[in-house]
Write a new protein. Structure first.
Length: 106
């Protein structure tokens, strides 16, 4: 026996939710691009008069290894002026992956 929706106290019927069969066929509009995406297209090349020194080579190798092992969390800890930004630039150059760099404005 089929049931009809019950009217609520406001007089609006409370019909069960139905699935729209056309929703599965819906595709978002993606206009054709007339430019090439740069991801993977241009390599990052660090140009610097400096070379990694002190603990930087070890830090660079450990960070690169962690990225290649798909570690989710890594920390580069150093005092002010110790070369953390330069170290990360070296890491980005070695792994050639997109990166977002946030630098504070003093």
């Amino acid at each position: 026996m089929a049931r009809s929706p019950k009217p609520s106290s406001s007089g609006v019927s409370e019909a069960p939710a139905t699935f729209d069969t056309n929703a599965a066929m819906w595709m978002p509009h993606r206009p054709k691009r007339e430019w090439e995406k740069l991801e993977g297209g241009r390599k990052f090349k660090l140009v610097s008069d400096y070379q990694p020194a002190g603990d930087q080579p070890t830090a660079i190798n450990e960070l690169v290894t962690g990225i290649k092992k798909q570690e989710q969390d890594q920390v580069l800890l150093g005092v002010t002026g110790s070369g953390k930004t330069f170290t990360m630039a070296q890491v980005i150059e070695q792994v050639q992956r997109p990166a977002l760099i946030l630098a504070p404005n003093k």
